[in-house]
Unconditional design. Structure first.
Ligand code: SF4
Length: 331
């Protein structure tokens, strides 16, 4: 056995953990890698992957209205200059709060031919986000074939590769994978990480490998009640990420998928957390806070710094809560 072999990890992933004596509710979609299981001493990790309280049934089946913007199987075009390609419904581990979890059947693959045709016909698209599921569940050859085909389109300036692997199976980041995708730079990695307990020695080794190979990394975090909904927890996470050369990019409000209600955090509480982050840590460590509104896409919100406006003069609130008058330009 080689614990650090990602194929071994995948093969030995657990679907049933009822005999582990953990406090959880059995579901038929549990999926945990042996690596992830080794992190289960942290309840902040357990709660992300295993049901620990009764699930609810409030919410939407397709909270981002992705069906409405699907142009060909797997290809979603919602924003002007970028497209999203959902290449698989397979992950290394299943997150309880995933917004696609109720709709997995409609994400079971994509058509390369139709994707390339659509991208070729839409010159306004500069960026393709390859997501899933987790595209790193693909073997290197399949992933490279896909990336190569997309990068052969002249107006596609760069690719973003979304993955949860660093948190749940960091051994997936192999030298051979990074070597194989090097010819197709720029490729940005977009990682999903929610708690500092996910940042292990193996996570760090994998993120260093990616960055040292010339691929920048941004992170996405979901704001989750009972897991990371306090400023101190997020401060630790975001500051650590920047230390590792990873830019915290988005903090997302948990999407209103069926079964997610107990994870959701009120907007007012989220804004207070953002205010505290903004006031206390470097701007480099502070992501955008955003959530998705039906078919309207992402909305970024910030605590309001404008107290009032009179004519040309704005009254603004600084990071200490003090008010200042700022004269706007006359031009
Ligand atoms: S890794 Fe991503 S796609 Fe997979 S279950 Fe988690 S949130 Fe959903």
């Amino acid at each position: 056995m080689d614990f650090k072999d990602w194929h071994w990890q995948k093969k030995h992933s657990l679907k049933d953990i009822s005999n582990l004596g953990l406090n959880f509710i059995s579901t038929n979609d549990t999926l945990v890698t042996p690596y992830l299981l080794s992190l289960f001493q942290s309840d902040k990790i357990v709660k992300q992957f295993v049901e620990t309280s009764k699930t609810d049934s409030i919410g939407l089946e397709d909270p981002l209205f992705e069906k409405k913007f699907t142009k060909s199987k797997g290809l979603i075009h919602r924003y002007p200059d970028r497209a999203l390609l959902v290449v698989t419904n397979k992950c290394f581990a299943n997150c309880r709060f995933c917004f696609r979890k109720n709709n997995w059947n409609s994400y079971d693959g994509f058509s390369l031919k139709d994707t390339i045709e659509y991208l070729n016909n839409h010159k306004e698209i500069r960026e393709v986000l390859i997501s899933g599921g987790d595209p790193l569940t693909f073997e290197d050859e399949s992933l490279v074939r896909l990336i190569k085909a997309i990068k052969s389109i002249k107006h596609i300036a760069f690719i973003r590769l979304a993955t949860r692997a660093l948190s749940v199976l960091p051994y997936r980041i192999t030298d051979s994978l990074l070597e194989a995708i090097k010819p197709y730079k720029p490729i940005w990695f977009s990682i999903h990480v929610n708690h500092i307990d996910e940042i292990t020695k193996d996570f760090i080794e994998a993120s260093n490998k990616i960055i040292d190979s010339g691929f920048p990394i941004v992170s996405q975090t979901v704001l989750l009640r009972g897991i990371n909904n306090d400023a101190q927890t997020l401060k630790e996470l975001f500051c650590k990420l920047v230390e590792l050369r990873i830019k915290p990019y988005y903090l997302f409000g948990c999407d209103r998928a069926v079964g997610n209600e107990r994870f959701r955090v009120k907007i007012e509480e989220a804004l207070n957390i953002m205010e505290s982050l903004r006031n206390n840590i470097s701007g480099l460590c502070v992501p955008f806070f955003a959530f998705d509104v039906d078919d309207g896409g992402k909305v970024v919100i910030e605590p309001n710094r404008i107290v009032s406006k009179q004519g040309n003069a704005y009254t603004l609130r600084n990071f200490e809560g003090k008010k200042y008058i700022y004269e706007d330009t006359q031009y």
